[in-house]
Design a protein around this ligand. Structure first.
Ligand code: ZN
Ligand code: ZN
Length: 414
């Protein structure tokens, strides 16, 4: 985690412009996008002040094509599956970040699963059976809504093992992760029983793992991967951010938070800090024509660009990234200008399917060339599946059904 040098928030010399901790920034074959060249408007490059930090061992293609670049041993790859706001749009899914690690099992970890994020996961062609570890930053619906899709619908696409979901406790049990996961499992009872027999019994298990959200602690440690949760400040007790450490590399995910010290401390020495960032209330008011007070209420629970830049300057990540941002061309330049006024290091404004390769040599930001209609890739099951029997059909079906010899009803019930 590195030694934390305590900084005084108010004694930052007017929010100093600090150089990048590891320097050695260079532009290579990949160039950053014009700031208004958003992916949903046809852009193909990451929106970045500097898309490459360090010197990659070998040149990366301009865009990431799913399936064309297997993850290397010892590498971390991070893909933003959802970069947007509570209501998903065709331009931006709600919050979600995928982490792949180059360990023996090529583990996948998903941090939040907002609405629409799993459509972006599907476009990557990654094995569904590996997507069995979810880490929730908090229980706002824009960070959890695709859990039913992952639990119920991905079972029909080949998911065979239990789904494990980690998250913070609440100030009382009803606000905690465990109760929320039990409720989702209960809400899916019809879905689960309707597929009993041709999906595994194990895939019907949703296992919530709850931890104390008020302290920084290791919540996962396996196969070379350590995940540390740290408390953040967002609406109620229970919200956390996460740090992933693997093979001497790391990434930090803020979740939703007002700027806070536990994050600054936990993120020291990280290679990639993905921090939430809403456009400032003044910019949102100018773009929408709505009163500034409306946006101040929202941004009070979050982080605006100037303070995100201040957090970056205190953490000094190898690369900083902004996330959970309402993105239209008019907000991109003001955001990057406000961040760059207080932080000299590389900054990426993430969009859906912005992808980062993190290696000892370099951190590289690109965009994925999505596959809109991808076939499900089940991958290898991590359990020995067992199967049960579906409940008997109601008696009235026997008289009501119209026989179809191409789709015999017995096939459904065997
Ligand atoms: Zn939230
Ligand atoms: Zn949120």
């Amino acid at each position: 985690m590195g030694d934390f040098v305590p900084y005084e928030w108010d004694n930052c010399d007017g929010w100093p412009r600090l150089p990048c901790r590891r320097g050695d920034i260079q532009m290579t074959g990949i160039t950053s996008a014009t700031y208004t060249d958003l992916a949903y408007l046809g852009g193909t490059k990451a929106i970045a002040t500097t898309p490459i930090v360090g010197r990659p061992g070998e040149p990366y293609p301009d865009v990431y094509v799913p399936g064309a670049e297997p993850i290397h041993d010892g590498e971390i790859r991070v893909t933003v599956l959802g970069s947007g706001n509570p209501p998903p749009t065709r331009a931006q899914a709600s919050g979600s970040v995928l982490v792949e690690v180059g360990n023996g099992d090529r583990d996948l970890f998903i941090f939040d699963v907002g609405s629409g994020s799993l459509a972006n996961f599907m476009s990557l062609g990654l094995p569904i059976n590996s997507l069995d570890k979810v880490f929730l930053s908090h229980l706002h619906a824009d960070h959890t809504a695709d859990l039913i899709t992952l639990f119920g619908s991905f079972r029909k696409a080949g998911r065979q093992g239990p789904l494990h979901v980690w998250g913070g406790d609440g100030s009382e049990p009803k606000f905690g992760t465990k109760v929320a996961m039990d409720a989702i499992e209960a809400a899916c009872a019809w879905d689960t029983e309707s597929t009993r027999g041709f999906t595994s019994n194990e895939s019907a298990m949703l296992i919530g793992v709850e931890f104390d959200a008020s302290v920084t602690s290791v919540v996962y440690e396996r196969d070379g991967v350590t995940i540390t949760a740290f408390p953040v400040i967002h609406n109620l007790h229970g919200a956390v951010g996460y740090r992933v450490d693997f093979a001497g590399l790391s990434m930090v995910f803020s979740g939703d938070t007002h700027p806070c010290w536990p994050l600054v401390r936990a993120a020291q020495g990280t290679d990639l800090l993905i921090h939430e960032c809403f456009p400032s209330a003044a910019v949102l008011a100018a773009v929408t024509g709505d009163p500034i007070e409306r946006f101040q209420t929202i941004t009070a629970s979050h982080t605006v660009p100037k303070t995100a830049g201040k957090v970056f300057s205190l953490v000094q990540p190898r690369m900083g990234a902004l996330w959970h941002t309402f993105l239209v061309p008019a907000v991109v330049m003001p955001i990057l200008e406000e961040v760059s006024a207080v932080f000299d290091g590389p900054v990426v404004q993430t969009q859906d399917l912005t992808i980062f390769n993190i290696t000892e040599e370099a951190v590289v930001a690109r965009q994925v060339k999505a596959v809109p209609q991808a076939m499900a890739v089940p991958g290898e099951s991590r359990v020995e599946p067992t199967y049960g029997t579906r409940p008997a059909p109601p008696a009235w079906w026997a008289d009501a059904i119209i026989p179809d010899e191409d789709a015999p009803s017995e096939a459904f019930h065997r």
